[in-house]
Design a protein around this ligand. Structure first.
Ligand code: GLU
Length: 457
């Protein structure tokens, strides 16, 4: 990259704005990556001012450039014997703190820009866990919805036939994300094992409990986000018990956010999918939701049909119209925009915490900041998933199996630590209560120090 910051106003004088302009120029057609990078860069000037050695070493210019980007063809046969062709991705963004770590997303919207935004976020998220994992992300524009198990298996086998050469427990360790759950991880692990002839359990996380998976991994992202929310509320002298909560999405993150919020006494009123949302005045019936989503792989419109009078399905509208105290966006990127944020604020929302990656648009974050709403950015609030993946890697390396209680206890400690680190860092740099600045600066400092110590690579 040719950003000569000293040409402008001293070694770090050109700052984040010039770097972002250069990033947009060099990475055309990747709006989500631009957005994720800007959200981080615009909070880092205080730390660059305080530590000129980081600017001298061009840490930021190196950080926004992935260490390696892999794109590949994924041919497979559908059930009618026709050839299908998808595109596979793995962006190995940064390994200063450990092997590349991050999920795989299978969804029709996946492209290089999406994978880069997710991989970039993952660097800071993984640093915040305090564990030794670098940042990476991958996936494909393959959509498992409506595909048979046999089709999903053939796709996963073809995907892994190429990807395996880039993976390893000390190199790159994928997991799940949207469209990749226990079924897909199983097929991917089987193919990796077959090709390499190695029982290398630490090469993937989110595995089945009988073959190297960790207890509490399935629950970890949702549970962790609720625990982070509890910490934010506690800072303000409030408690989740008795509050009204809106959750968006109905996948793994949403389901286990609902479970933990209910266990802590909250009333969770909503869930959603791409067709609309459900509002249930009696609170979401989790057993019914799990049956429809996890067992039948159905749509949430069926939830309202089977639940009875308390539930209504609202097609095509925003779940954020429902008046609540706490909002947990847990579906996908940019699902909560400025208008939705204004509605939530006018309904008196106290806390918003991101279970999904970048679900809140920059305009919406500004609305929450202005209104003094506690806002937990995904790279801090949803880090419990990848944090528990790192615990799975630890169990695999030691050939151990921990109890649910032990694993959940470690997850709770990780989430408390992330909260406190973000809170204290924000205060130290003059942005009290700003978890966005706190998360970005704390994650950045940990990666930057490791990069500095390891020389120009
Ligand atoms: N996809 C999840 C995330 O966004 C989990 C990644 C992992 O466990 O490696 O953090």
């Amino acid at each position: 990259m040719t950003v000569h910051t000293e040409d402008k106003a001293g070694v770090h004088g050109a700052g984040s704005a010039a770097l972002h302009a250069e990033l947009v120029r060099r990475n055309p057609g990747e709006p989500e990556f631009h957005q994720a990078a800007l959200e981080v860069l615009e909070t880092l000037d205080p730390v660059l001012d305080a530590r000129p050695e980081l600017a001298d070493a061009r840490i930021l210019e190196r950080l926004v450039e992935p260490e390696r980007q892999i794109m590949f063809r994924v041919p497979w046969l559908d059930d009618r014997g026709r050839v299908q062709v998808n595109r596979g991705f793995r962006v190995e963004f940064n390994s200063a703190l450990g092997p590349y770590k991050g999920g795989l997303r299978f969804h029709s919207s996946v492209n290089l820009g999406i994978v880069k935004f997710l991989g970039f976020e993952q660097i800071f998220k993984n640093a915040l866990t305090g564990l030794n994992i670098g940042g990476g992300k991958g996936g494909s524009d393959f959509d498992p919805h409506g595909r048979s198990d046999a089709e999903v298996m053939r796709f996963c086998q073809s995907f892994m036939t190429e990807l395996h050469r880039h993976l390893g427990e000390h190199t790159d360790v994928p997991a799940g994300d949207i469209g990749v759950g226990g079924r897909e991880i199983g097929y991917l692990f089987g193919q990796y094992r077959r090709i390499t002839n190695r029982w290398e359990s630490g090469v993937l996380t989110g595995k089945g409990l009988d073959w190297g998976g960790s207890r509490a991994r399935t629950e970890a992202t949702g549970y962790g986000n609720v625990l982070f929310t509890v910490e934010m509320l506690r800072q303000r002298g409030e408690d989740l018990d008795g509050l009204q909560v809106a959750v968006s999405g109905s996948g793994n993150v949403a389901i286990y956010s609902i479970e933990k919020a209910q266990a802590l006494g909250a009333n969770v009123l909503t869930c959603s999918d791409s067709g609309g949302y459900v509002v249930d005045e009696k609170g979401i019936d989790l057993e019914l939701l799990k049956q429809i989503k996890e067992v039948e792989r159905g749509r949430i419109s069926e939830y309202a049909e089977r639940r009875g009078a308390s539930a209504t399905y609202v097609p095509g509208e925003s779940v954020w119209d429902v008046p609540v105290d706490v909002a947990l966006p847990s579906a996908t990127q940019n699902e909560l925009d400025e208008d939705a944020a204004r509605v939530l604020v006018s309904n008196g929302v106290k806390a918003v915490s991101e279970g999904a990656n970048m679900p809140t648009t920059p305009g919406a974050i500004a609305v929450f900041r202005e209104a003094g709403v506690a806002f937990g950015p995904g790279k801090a609030a949803n880090a419990g998933g990848v944090g528990t993946s790192a615990l799975e890697m630890r169990q695999n390396a030691a050939r151990e199996t921990w109890t649910f209680e032990r694993t959940e206890g470690e997850l709770a400690a990780i989430m408390r630590n992330i909260h406190d680190t973000c809170f204290e860092t924000a205060e130290r740099f003059g942005h009290p209560g700003d978890y966005v600045a706190g998360a970005n600066i704390a994650g950045f400092e940990r990666v930057a120090d490791a990069m500095l110590a390891q020389g120009l690579i």
